[in-house]
Design a protein around this ligand. Structure first.
Ligand code: 5GP
Length: 175
């Protein structure tokens, strides 16, 4: 049991399970993108640890960059999505793989996909460590999924609660 502020969390996915699943995802991504040099776009803040571990399991040439969008406040989605911040690369004609820590309602994903389509990308796919299918409101579905999880708040491995818990090696679920 782990207490952060007013909330209690219990261990949910072990560090070992996360790492072995990431390896499998990396192998699939490597096969899919052989010979294409995709641009991996990691959505900060939550995805930084997933990104760091995933890219080291990929054995085909890639580029990596980081952007920021915010659509989340504490425990529930606000439905508001801000602009893409920090994209410096030219994405025209590129194969893009968006890296997300978690896809919840899919609002962030839908917004990003539309924004990148407008910028003339050649293809857009999405890899997410966690997917909450119960909460999916939007049509867009991630192409590479680490774990399907129930619609319960999780922290750890990059994901935070009120700014805390990102450093945890395993994923914890709200008790
Ligand atoms: P969506 O736009 O798909 O509803 O939400 C995506 C974003 O919401 C994620 O990138 C993440 O920042 C946040 N989010 C969704 N579910 C959770 C959760 O269970 N825990 C944490 N820490 N963040 C979440």
């Amino acid at each position: 049991m782990l207490k952060i502020l007013d909330k209690e969390f219990v261990p949910y996915i072990s560090a070992e399970d996360i790492q072995s699943r990431i390896k499998e995802m990396g192998a699939k991504i490597s096969t899919s993108y052989k010979g294409t040099k995709p641009l991996l776009i990691s959505v900060l803040n939550g995805s930084f640890i997933f990104t760091a571990d995933l890219i080291r399991t990929i054995d085909t040439p890639i580029e990596v960059t980081f952007i920021r969008v915010a659509s989340y406040e504490a425990l529930k989605t606000t439905g508001k999505v801000r602009e893409i911040l920090g994209l410096t690369e030219n994405v025209f004609g590129r194969d893009i793989l968006i890296l997300e820590d978690i896809v919840d309602t899919g609002t962030t994903l839908q917004h990003l996909s539309e924004a990148f389509q407008d910028l003339g990308t050649k293809s857009i796919k999405v890899a997410t460590l966690l997917h909450k299918p119960d909460a999916q409101e939007k049509a867009s579905k991630p192409d590479f999924v680490g774990f399907e999880i129930p619609n319960k708040f999780v922290i750890g491995f990059g994901l935070d609660y009120e700014g805390m818990g990102r450093e945890l090696k395993e994923i914890y679920q709200l008790a």
